[in-house]
Design a protein around this ligand. Structure first.
Ligand code: PAF
Length: 283
């Protein structure tokens, strides 16, 4: 496995692999890798012949500067994990390699109503930054396949739509969330959870399961929402941003389940100052 910092070095290597008939997979990450990221790399290396994993902490997607500054850096450990997971090249660019034109940039993504709900609502400009960096990576790597995690369901939907809207010739896979034993979804932010608060972090997943059970038992979405609010209000360390049911066909919030196979329950909030998100499918 090679570690490459510059796109000028990466592009000729990929050109050679492509002309040898290899299918190229891309897994974009911001580092601080955990089992969830590794499952994306594994998914890519099963389907693609050559997997590129990018590591780049993208400043344009952080609406909260503290979050950006506190983003964990575990680079050496990441490289070790990627070697074992079947990655072929790590692209770890410095800021200028992706944002060389930043001071003169006029291109700005905007996603209408999609940005008014869930993560879009609570993290202004976040998706514009994600779309910007992912488009840059798509243009540099020109992958045949890309893998995104279900944990960031709205991000997966956004990239799937971006691929269609901008006619990228890329297949996208949604890889299931990897969880800790108590159900907590793996996330780089989990590294910031203080030991004594760690058990409380499982509340997010427990609420999803409780909500899902209530709905399966015929209770209404509004009762499930009330219950989740109540659970969050029992703990001073927890703050709920949202608990919503989504139609994953069009990514709209629903107040009644019409298509069980295209419904997901999504939750986000804070454990002290650490923001956590999670979701499960209804079926
Ligand atoms: O999910 C992430 O880690 C980031 O949003 C991504 C896709 C790597 C873009 O910076």
């Amino acid at each position: 496995m090679k570690v490459i910092n510059l796109k000028s070095e990466l592009i000729p290597i990929l050109k050679k692999e492509r002309s040898a008939g290899k299918k190229i997979g891309l897994v974009p990450t911001m580092g601080a890798l955990h089992g969830g990221h590794l499952s994306l790399v594994k998914a890519s290396s099963i389907e693609a012949d050559f997997t590129v994993c990018s590591i780049f902490v993208n400043p344009t997607q952080f609406n909260n500067q503290e979050d950006l500054l506190k983003y964990p850096n575990t680079f050496d450990e990441d490289i070790r994990k990627l070697k074992m997971a079947g990655c072929d090249i790590v692209y770890a660019p410095p800021h200028e390699d992706l944002y060389e034109n930043e001071s003169k940039r006029i291109t700005e993504f905007s996603f209408g109503e999609f940005e008014q709900i869930l993560e879009g609502k609570y993290r202004p400009a976040h998706f514009a930054g994600v779309a910007l960096v992912v488009s840059k990576l798509f243009n540099i790597v020109t992958p045949d396949l890309t893998c995104f995690g279900q944990k960031d369901l709205q991000q997966y939907y956004l990239i799937r739509q971006l691929i269609k809207d901008l006619s990228y010739n890329i297949e996208i896979r949604c890889v299931p969330t990897v969880r800790e034993e108590d159900g907590l979804a793996m996330s780089s932010r989990n590294l910031r959870i203080p030991h004594e608060l760690r058990p409380l972090a499982a509340t997010f997943y427990q609420c999803l399961i409780t909500g899902k059970e209530m709905l399966k038992n015929g209770e209404s979405i509004s009762s499930a929402k009330r219950k989740v609010k109540e659970i969050f209000s029992e703990s001073a360390e927890l703050k709920l941003d949202y608990f919503e049911m989504i139609d994953t066909g069009n990514f709209k919030i629903i107040d009644q389940i019409k298509n069980e196979n295209e419904t997901s329950l999504c939750i986000a909030g804070y454990l002290n100052n650490i923001r956590l998100i999670d979701n499960v499918n209804y079926n």
